[in-house]
Design a protein around this ligand. Structure first.
Ligand code: 7RM
Length: 631
């Protein structure tokens, strides 16, 4: 199994070793996995061309590490425990043996429909066991999965399918979320009108929502698995063969397909899982993320399973049937590790303690936070009311592009500090730089967060456009990976991530580009131009504020607002809907036509007293008008 750090002193020793000899360090970690053929070279890298290769020439399959390897030692242990949206519906336990059997069987269904190594397969599903099975079945046969979060619109699915030229889609009839029933297959049908590359759609049943099944294209999961065997040897993969694509927002309008590869991602997701959470045998790990995001990929599926852990998968939402649901799930399944997002913590905190006080949370050992900065108030509430002052909180900073956790306490070992992600994990070399890319040395400083040496989980490319990968991550500062985050390092050398320094918002832990939302708003017939910024929001972390210019005097502002929200929902999905829409007659622009977002951000924050220098504006009077109408 993966070695776990057991004291702070050992952390310091391991960390120093990992910096002095990164290749030696990661080679030792990687020894603990099952390889079909050993690697020939541990690392090849060049940040200038965005090329990183780990465990070069090694052959393996991640599902042999996540499943087959455990059959002899823990075949009857729960691999996945599934909890329904409906508290009355029986939960499901899949042991490692059962999961292995189901993955192999479904992998054979994929093969039967022509899937082969290197194909891209889109997965658009609710949080049901079939989602994890579909992901692992793709990995089994060497097909590259592209999971699209179930909240995205038909247009977003189509864009992602077309970008990766997927030939198969795996979906469900529908999904249950709280008291809502959402049609997924119907949304896929709408998307596929624009997707000629898709030849097959495999549909699992969840809601029994009526769906239309197209002859020759669409098949039912439950029928197909009856026609195949459950014997499916794993495809031999190279370390650097693609494992998956996951789309994420950046500062331009079009989401990027972040590519992770088999060997390095496996080693990194598993090492960080084992160490950050200090997972002990038999424990139950509950990560509340959706598998449609990187947190679900790494800490519901791959990390826990490669470590032989029991991973709890929850279909529902924190507030259904009431704001005590997480605590009920924890009691029911005797959860030991809870890994959730600040937005969920703040939301549950706002309901008051009556939903917590009578719950038995005594099984909890470790708490985790991910996705956005956690404010001190939420951190303290989490610590006192959920952890009862006895559970270490790991505030884990990382990104879709990093594959796994980068800066975080090690549970029970690193001394924590509210709102601080604390220290880099072994193998992670953060540095802070100023605008010109000069390193900011010493403590008690802040700057832009970069990483100066590759780690095994680093992004390999942006699918179909390597140049974009170079531009986005490796060009801002020479020979550094740029995270897009601002960060401070306190007197003790502890890191606190303060938020994005680019045009990316973080709304309820979801990454959304301002340009993406602007493009969506601009699609509306009556809209001439728009500018979108984030603003502080008590529950969501950030809310979305849109300034919109319409083409004539609007007769019905409320109707126009609703129409714009509907347009954004169609273009992206409900998560990108602006919280505030202000109609304006002009936007603050420089003489060269650049929108001065700094000013718009200040207004959205309500900081109208010190708006700063407006002398470079083409027409400074628009600022007064916007302030006058601010929401
Ligand atoms: C895992 C994930 C990445 C962005 C990242 C940050 C923000 C994530 C923290 C955080 C402060 C944290 N991937 N972020 N974790 N900010 N403290 N512990 O969220 O690709 O979807 O988002 O999220 O801005 O750049 S992500």
């Amino acid at each position: 199994m993966i070695p776990q750090i057991s004291s702070f002193q050992q952390y310091q020793e391991v960390y120093n070793h990992s910096v002095n000899d990164p290749e030696g360090f990661w080679a030792e970690v990687a020894q603990n996995f099952q390889w079909r053929k050993p690697w020939k070279k541990t690392l090849e890298w060049d940040f200038a061309t965005a090329n990183t290769k780990w465990f070069v020439g090694g052959k393996m399959n991640i599902t042999e590490n996540a499943l087959d390897r455990h059959l002899a030692t823990r075949g009857d242990q729960a691999a996945i425990i599934w909890e329904s949206n409906d508290p009355e519906e029986e939960s499901i336990t899949l042991t490692y043996k059962m999961l292995h059997q189901k993955v192999c069987q479904f992998a054979n269904v994929l093969k039967k429909h022509g899937a082969k190594k290197g194909d891209r397969i889109c997965i658009y599903m609710p949080m049901i066991p079939e989602l994890a099975i579909a992901v692992l079945a793709c990995a089994r046969i060497g097909a590259i999965h592209s999971v699209v979060f179930g909240g995205f619109s038909a247009q977003s699915i189509a864009d992602r399918i077309n970008d990766a030229q997927c030939n198969i889609v795996i979906t469900s009839d529908g999904s249950f979320r709280g008291n809502k029933e959402i049609g997924l297959k119907n949304t896929v049908d709408d998307a596929l009108i624009q997707c000629p590359s898709v030849k097959k759609v495999i549909v699992s049943t969840r809601t029994r929502t009526p769906v239309s099944m197209l002859k020759g294209r669409d098949v039912w999961w439950e029928n197909e698995v009856k026609t195949v065997s459950s014997d499916c040897p794993a495809e031999e993969m190279d370390s650097e063969d693609m494992l998956f694509i996951l789309y994420t927002s950046g500062s331009t309008g079009k989401p990027k397909g972040v590519v992770h590869t088999c060997g390095g991602y496996m080693v990194y997701a598993t090492y960080t899982f084992a160490n950050v959470f200090q997972y002990q045998p038999e424990q139950v790990h509950f990560c509340t993320a959706d598998i449609g995001w990187i947190t679900g990929h790494s800490y519901i599926v791959y990390g826990p399973l490669c470590h032989g852990a029991t991973s709890l998968m929850f279909e529902g939402i924190p507030t259904y049937p009431d704001a005590g649901r997480f605590w009920d799930v924890i009691d029911k399944h005797k959860v030991n590790i809870l890994y959730t997002a600040p937005t969920a913590i703040r939301s549950l905190m706002s309901f008051g303690n009556q939903f917590v006080d009578n719950k038995d949370l005594s099984s909890l050992k470790t708490l985790g936070s991910v996705g956005e900065p956690i404010n001190e108030e939420a951190w303290n509430w989490y610590n006192e009311n959920i952890g009862k002052g006895k559970c270490p909180i790991v505030d884990t900073w990382w990104q879709t592009e990093t594959g796994g956790i980068m800066i975080s306490p090690i549970a029970g070992i690193t001394k924590t500090k509210p709102a601080y992600a604390t220290l880099p994990l072994p193998g992670v070399q953060p540095i802070l730089v100023d605008e010109n890319g000069n390193e900011i040395l010493g403590n008690g400083v802040s700057g832009n967060l970069c990483i100066k040496f590759p780690w095994p989980g680093i992004i390999r490319t942006t699918y179909g456009d390597h140049e974009r990968c170079i531009q986005t991550y490796f060009s801002t500062y020479k020979n550094l990976y740029f995270t897009g985050d601002g960060c401070l390092r306190d007197e003790d050398g502890y890191y606190r991530i303060t938020g994005r320094v680019d045009d990316v918002m973080n709304v309820s832990g979801h990454r959304i580009g301002t340009a993406e939302v602007e493009n969506a708003i601009n699609m509306h017939l009556g809209v001439i131009e728009s500018a979108v910024v984030g603003y502080p929001h008590d529950i969501k972390g950030q809310g979305i504020y849109a300034y919109v210019i319409c083409d004539k005097d609007l007769e019905d502002k409320d109707l126009a607002r609703k129409d714009i929200l509907a347009t954004v929902t169609r273009a992206i999905g409900p998560i990108a809907k602006p919280d505030k829409i202000q109609f304006v007659s002009g936007l603050p622009k420089t003489r060269s036509g650049k929108i001065m977002r700094r000013i718009l951000r200040k207004i959205a924050e309500g900081e109208t007293a010190n708006i700063g220098d407006t002398s470079t504006l083409l027409d400074p009077s628009v600022v007064e008008e916007i302030i006058g109408g601010a929401l």
